[in-house]
Design a protein around this ligand. Sequence first.
Ligand SMILES: [Zn+2]
Length: 510
Amino acid sequence: MNVPNPDAVELAPLPAPADFESDMDRPVPFDAGTAVLVDCPDPAAAPWLAHHFADWFGDQAPKVSPNVANVEILPIPIANSQSETLNTGNTGNIGNTGNTGSDEAYAVSADASGVRISARSLAGVRWAAYSLRQLAIARRGTFRTDGRVLPTLRISDAPRLPFRAVHLCWFPDTRPAQIERAIRLAALLKFNAAILEPWGTFRSARHPWFGWPDAPATPEELARLAAIGRDLGVALVPQLNVLGHASSSRSCSLKHAALDLHPEYEPLFEPGGWNWCLSNPEARRVLRELVGELHEACGRPPFFHLGCDEAQPPSCPECRRRPYAELVGEHIAELAAFVRERGARAMVWHDMLLDRDDPRWAGFIACGSPETAKLADALPRDVVICDWQYGNPDPARPRDDWPTFAHFLGKGFDVAGCPWLNFGAMEPMADFLASHGGLGLVATTWHHLHGTDWRDAFRTAACAAWGTPPPPVAPQFDTAFAAVLRLAGLDAGVCDYRDTGLDEEQVHAP
Ligand SMILES: [Zn+2]
């Protein structure tokens, strides 16, 4: 990597280091007089780019033309991972984002002769466009922006892991603009999926009692967000907790998004309301209908997350009548089949599939019993295991072994690692997954979608999943992240003070 002026680097994830050259001391114009040549077999690529340049740059947008004259083509890198061997089950790809690192690879150059982009798919063209956008700055010396400049640059770039997701929780306390901004930010950081978990905020047409009054995540709003994500290269993957966490509220709050206001639906849940009552066919019907509604609203994405973490043992007489693991396994398999019929793959959290007392998982997250651990052998193999490891068993050394990942990979599952605030583990996790045929990384955010935790979860995971180290951070002001966060907000059309920056407020920040 040749970066003469580190303060000028405003790109995350950094491109594959060996092939990134950038020199802002030799700026080249990037304005209405610039020709951007796009070499991509997808006929939608050049129109997509022209449309977005117009959105982003208005009448100062560079001119886009497809490579019809067959001028010199930039070599496109192959993926630097084993992602070609990804088992994508019956869906074939990750939405419109491409399923292999090679499909998402791109090369781009900018010099006095203009700008060139080469990619094998629209996905690669998108990532090239976001790299250019992050690197472009306003031309100097004017009052208002009058055209932009790019560093003289050459980038040859490909992701390491094929599935790079953020996980967003939509609480009743979450401002809707925050969700859109997070999806747009994820795209700019080259994530290709956003798992969206409504916490009592989905407004079901069939089951309006399931959620708080005036729930903001209406089917129309989800469809709007899914369309934004699709356009930007981010598949919006809905989540519904079909086992525990049925209160759709943080456990510490003791709230229940259904029963606190609609106690008449008590039979659908285990006493108290934490788990769904799986022996009740009505509960299973409701869950199927909710899954269908959510999946439809999000435009039938290639995945659906069924949750399934941190369940409690059953306490109702019917559910206690048979081995609980058998009931849970039947339930998950039935919903996974339902999701499969809709052309998608189910995802589940991993923790109930590991016996918490098994010494092999000492220091790792495991919430199951010997009985529920047997589910790891019984579940259909197209279910994606999202293995969340939020602790670091030995902070003194970076891990190169991830026994729980290896356990599920060994059983033939696709595995995504989920690090949350385990920032130091993100790169080793991604290294392990990339070298063992893992699917990807999921940057969970939970109730930390603000402040430096949000920044670090997104940026560190983006870099780890892409396969490059986090970029240098300027000492006083985090220029790189401020710039990209601002772009996400501008694209979302924010006009409220609270929807800018990392926190809603700067003095009383939580
Ligand atoms: Zn029950």
